[in-house]
Design a protein around this ligand. Structure first.
Ligand SMILES: CC(C)=CCC/C(C)=C/CC/C(C)=C/CC/C(C)=C/COP(=O)(O)OP(=O)(O)O
Ligand SMILES: O=P(O)(O)OC[C@@H](O)CO
Ligand SMILES: [Mg+2]
Length: 247
């Protein structure tokens, strides 16, 4: 429970958590580690590592290793399949894509990945992963029956089912690079049924204003990925978002 307990402590002390998502397929391991360090200097709390297409094998391992050499915040895998696991990471979002039509994303990848987690020191953090319109690449890859943006009640019943199945976290995903983040009504409706269970929101969050809207609506953790691949000054961008969500 080390990483999960650590994130809980940050929520208790600072109100919210900021997570930086790094896709191993987007740059070299060295560059990934530079981005991670810059994000930590801006105040990010942990580094998520994963991509919906092809983040696996040596490139994934090397990316995790280089990041761990540079930063001492937790590294959390965000796997697109059982191949998205690396024994070098601290934790894994052990997630089920509850609104997938493909049983592979609901349970089979988890079954295939479980032995590696069991044999290693990676901490599994159970999570209901829910993809909302527009859903982006991950919506297509995960064959998601996309939750309509304007139907918070559908997201809430999925989140409730995940909670009753014992999942500690719920992740509302609009898709990497989405034109708009998840709307505040949906975030509020989901957080209301979750209570103390943690809510992560990501997809299309690119500035302080959007991050603050999501956090104020009830997100416990805010994820940013794409925007940090685009900006020159990663530290400044992360600092802008972090200062908007933390108390
Ligand atoms: C727990 C284990 C072993 C596996 C889980 C397998 C599941 C449920 C995957 C869900 C579907 C999926 C393809 C998720 C990918 C998650 C992810 C890393 C998304 C975002 O990555 P980006 O790199 O930002 O997006 P692009 O790849 O679209 O750029
Ligand atoms: O790349 P962005 O749009 O920040 O999205 C982050 C994450 O929610 C994608 O899985
Ligand atoms: Mg990507």
């Amino acid at each position: 429970m080390q990483v999960e307990a650590h994130l809980q402590k940050i929520i208790d002390q600072e109100g919210k958590v900021h997570l930086t998502l790094i896709d191993p397929a987007s740059q070299t391991p060295e560059r990934a580690a530079e981005i991670a360090l810059a994000a930590v200097e801006g105040g990010t709390d942990a580094i998520m590592i994963g991509g919906s297409t092809g983040a696996s094998g040596t490139l994934l391992d090397e990316t995790v290793i280089k990041i761990k050499e540079k930063v001492n915040v937790p590294t959390i895998l965000f796997p697109g399949s059982s191949a998205g696991l690396s024994r070098y990471a601290d934790a894994v979002f052990f997630m089920s894509l509850l609104n997938s039509r493909d049983i592979g994303y609901v349970i089979t990848n988890q079954v295939l990945g479980a032995p590696l987690v069991y044999r290693s020191q990676i901490e599994p953090i159970s999570m209901a992963y829910l993809i909302v319109e527009p859903g982006g690449t991950v919506g297509w890859v995960g064959d998601a029956k996309l939750i309509p943006r304007t139907k918070p009640e559908i997201a809430a019943v999925y989140a409730l089912a995940g909670k009753y199945l014992g999942m500690h976290y719920t992740y509302l995903e609009a898709g990497s690079g989405a034109d708009k983040p998840i709307n505040p009504e949906m975030i509020g409706a989901v957080k209301q049924v979750l209570g103390e269970n943690k809510l992560i929101v990501g997809g299309g969050i690119r500035d302080a204003e959007a991050a603050k809207l999501c956090a104020s609506a009830g997100a416990d953790m805010i994820v940013t990925g794409t925007v940090l691949e685009e900006v020159k000054n990663v530290t400044a961008k992360v600092a802008e978002i972090v200062s908007a969500i933390k108390r």
